[in-house]
Design a protein around this ligand. Structure first.
Ligand SMILES: O=C(O)[C@H](O)COP(=O)(O)O
Length: 206
């Protein structure tokens, strides 16, 4: 039995382009972001991928990416479940600030810690640990059982909500997760073993 889980971060958003912290803010995709989502769908289609269900967040950029991928694989009407649990990490007071301006104000290292550390939250926002506290229970109760039952599952979400899942799927330490960045619009295809360990992981070259 194949247990296939495809994770994809939304395509480039308007605020990714402007280099702004986004979090729970809701900018749309740029043209490039749309192209990335279409390319991801086309590539998955070439691979013969068909999904049984799709999950996405409550944010437009992930929802549109999800829909464009489903369009690409010829499954525009597939059941798609939206949940806040998959939203991006809440960037708190940093939301809307330019990332380079933040580095000038607080220093490169502090900003990197806020962006990539496991348990240090940005001011007023969520750490990766806080993010995992909502993504993981949802993953375990709603997403993983479908994968383990042999369904092909698509999850279109966000850089940090996906990092929190990748940390657990890849059994990464809190030091190892510091260096994990998830590119926009690039699907990762996991095949899981019966004990939920990874049989294979492929980051799809677009
Ligand atoms: O919310 C954001 O700003 C981005 O989607 C992810 O940002 P990061 O790479 O700074 O964590």
């Amino acid at each position: 039995m194949e247990r296939t889980l495809v994770l994809v971060r939304h395509g480039q958003s308007e605020w990714n382009l402007k280099n702004l912290f986004t979090g729970w803010k809701d900018p749309d995709l740029t043209e490039k972001g749309v192209s990335e989502a279409i390319a991801a769908g086309n590539k998955l289609n070439e691979m013969g991928m068909k999904f049984d269900v799709a999950f996405t967040s409550e944010l437009t950029r992930a929802q549109r990416t999800c829909q464009m991928i489903l369009d690409g694989v010829g499954q525009s009407d597939l059941t798609t479940i939206r949940d806040l649990a998959l939203n991006e990490r809440d960037y708190g007071d940093l939301a809307g600030l330019n990332k380079d301006d933040a580095r000038k104000k607080w220093g490169e290292e502090q900003v990197h810690i806020w962006r990539r550390s496991y348990d240090i939250p940005p001011p007023g926002g969520e750490s990766l640990k806080d993010t995992a506290a909502r993504t993981l229970p949802y993953f375990i109760t709603d997403i993983l059982p479908r994968v383990m039952a042999g369904q092909n599952v698509l999850v279109a979400a966000h850089g940090n909500s996906l990092r929190s899942l990748v940390m657990v799927l890849d059994r990464l330490s809190r030091e190892e997760i510091l260096n994990v960045n998830i590119a926009t619009g690039v699907p990762t295809v996991y095949k899981l073993n019966v004990d939920t360990t990874i049989a294979s992981k492929e980051i799809i070259d677009l």
